[in-house]
Write a protein that binds this ligand. Sequence first.
Ligand SMILES: Nc1ncnc2c1ncn2[C@@H]1O[C@H](COP(=O)(O)OP(=O)(O)OP(=O)(O)O)[C@@H](O)[C@H]1O
Length: 236
Amino acid sequence: MENTNQNTEPMLRIEDLSKYFRTEEVETVALNHVSMEVAPGEFVAIMGPSGCGKSTLLNILGLLDNPSEGKYYLLDKEVGSLKEKERTLYRKGNIGFVFQSFNLIDELNVFENVELPLIYLRIPAKKRKEMVNDILQRMNISHRAGHFPQQLSGGQQQRVAIARAVVAQPKLILADEPTGNLDTKNGQEVMTLLSELNREGTTIIMVTHSQRDSTYAHRIINLLDGQIVESVKNNL
Ligand SMILES: Nc1ncnc2c1ncn2[C@@H]1O[C@H](COP(=O)(O)OP(=O)(O)OP(=O)(O)O)[C@@H](O)[C@H]1O
């Protein structure tokens, strides 16, 4: 279906969603009846103290894990109860991830790392080359295409990771503390890149402890003990 400017459907919606982790002795309630919506084109920051459930929420939103209870609609499809194989398929076409620790594959060079999602999507080699080169240029890292992750600075590694996250043009980017391992200057550069991608239409949900990074978001959702305690619009 064509996107229209009048599109009022949320990018994603969760309803009364909970996640429990059970070990032999204890049950942890990581998310406790959470409901929220994110609109297409929104940039949302998720904040809250350590252990409040931020990563658990991001993992579920990113189809890396299932909720224990409740519904999750992504692009209008109920995805909370999908089996792992279907989840993986749906994730690959729709979601890009950026992690604090970059998560690049050490044995692959920059070009190959960024090419990987396109191989999964079975895009032909010639087209892949074009798409990878375009995004490396965009991320200002073309001159390092043949380098391996260990040969790059942290800021460069994160730019490669962002290139990999967006090369297949996902509708949604999930970022878990994307500047957590970067100095101020590189951190700001990464935030500027994410903001640009957002302005071009990509929806972004970012977990952060950084007050400064949260200023780039349209809205801040505060979690405490597995519950949303506040959802406030940012004065941009
Ligand atoms: N796989 C797991 N097994 C058992 N308990 C878990 C598991 N993953 C998370 N938890 C628990 O769920 C709760 C929420 O964890 P989560 O990692 O989502 O918090 P967080 O807000 O991301 O924390 P941080 O800011 O420290 O990364 C915590 O009490 C945690 O110990």
